[in-house]
Design a protein around this ligand. Structure first.
Ligand SMILES: [Zn+2]
Length: 366
């Protein structure tokens, strides 16, 4: 029923590598990529409107425009490498949301964004691995206004007893891709002036180490055993389909003011690229994942060449096995992050790129 691990080679050597792989120091990222430690400014002309986007670490983002807040993959619990390793190797039930860390993360958003909780209109989840979905039920539980949660079908089944099923919407019902011929209907959120159109696009997810993708596959039936507060295994958070998102901020006249593109997992092109079926508009700001990039030699060159985003924010680049904090992060394990930033196409965009620390907030002028 569940394809839990994809083995294409030897498990043990891969896992030893996974566990032993060092996380490098931040200093190794070329100095031309100045890190955004706590606050940054991104301007895309004309620049007379404003919104904020906070990087929450791993694939997590909080976008706030007027009164319309969108949370993506909020994750603060960051279980350490030994817990995740044991869960992966021995199927140990030792992973869980940590209420203290959730509070800390949400407090962090609050201190940067007025009335955070009341403004969250929706939570979007790119895929259902633990570092993207595991904290969502707890975050949802803390939000008084109970926003809609958009997640893949596997995640819906995983969270069947963790989130009110009336509040979950399956992304596959709204998805578009390079291979879907029909014009796609966006998910529409209201905001004070105009609306937000969101297009979930079928993407993909690279392996974590060579020949091995952890927690692969789908939860195909609603999980009726899971309970909030109970510890889980990594294999309880199977990936399902992975999505990228196009997020269009539309004014009262129906004109796209700003297009944001989010793809937190590296993968082979053209998976996740905005297809012809959505309105044509150049990407203003792309939020792109760094982890595991080396398994797709054409990533991110082809994406940058095709989409030509005006600005780029590199995410999912730091070690998320470490505690969520404001301290100097280290680079993600088993990925040569410094090498990524000297790739020709990446280095060539250094003047339009940002590398935020978890918790850093951008003011976006557009
Ligand atoms: Zn993942």
């Amino acid at each position: 029923m569940m394809n839990k691990l994809r083995f294409e080679g030897l498990l043990f050597p891969s896992m030893i590598f996974f566990l032993a792989a060092c996380s490098g120091s931040l200093r190794k990222i070329p100095e031309t990529f100045r890190p955004i430690e706590s606050s940054g400014l991104i301007t895309v002309p004309p620049g007379y409107r404003s919104m904020t986007i906070q990087y929450l670490g791993a694939g997590g983002l909080y976008l706030l425009n007027d009164d319309s807040g969108i949370l993506i993959d909020p994750f603060f619990s960051n279980p350490n490498i030994f817990k995740v390793g044991a869960s992966l190797l021995f199927n140990t039930r030792n992973l869980g949301s940590r209420p203290k860390m959730i509070s800390l993360g949400m407090k962090d958003i609050n201190s940067n964004q007025a009335k955070f909780a009341g403004h969250v209109k929706a939570i979007f989840v790119t895929h259902s691995h633990y570092d993207h979905l595991m904290d969502v039920p707890a975050v949802f539980g803390k939000l008084g206004n109970k926003p809609m949660v958009y997640l893949n079908r596997s995640g819906y089944n995983t969270c069947y007893k963790l989130i009110d099923t009336n509040k979950m919407i399956v992304l596959e019902e709204h998805m578009t891709s390079q291979y879907h011929g029909t014009p796609s209907k966006p998910i529409v959120l209201k905001r004070k002036k105009g609306r937000v159109n969101i297009y979930p696009i079928l993407a993909d997810h690279n392996p974590h180490v060579k020949h091995l993708k952890a927690f692969d596959g789908d939860v195909t039936k609603p999980d009726t055993n899971k309970r909030l507060g109970r510890k889980t295994r990594g294999n309880d958070w199977l990936e399902g389909n992975t999505f990228s998102f196009v997020i269009d901020y539309i004014d009262e006249d129906g004109v796209i003011e700003l297009r944001i593109f989010i793809q937190s997992s590296s993968c082979n092109p053209v998976a996740g690229f905005p297809p012809e079926t959505i309105p044509k508009h150049r990407v203003d700001i792309a939020f792109l994942g760094v982890a595991s990039y080396k398994f797709s030699p054409m990533y991110p060159a082809e994406l940058l060449d095709t989409m030509k985003p005006k600005k780029i924010v590199w995410i999912h680049w730091e070690d998320f096995f470490r505690r969520y904090s404001k301290k100097k992060p280290r680079t993600v394990r088993s990925t040569d992050v410094p090498d990524f930033f000297i790739k020709e196409k990446v280095a060539g965009r250094k003047d339009d790129s940002y590398v935020p620390w978890p918790g850093a907030t951008f003011e976006i002028r557009y």
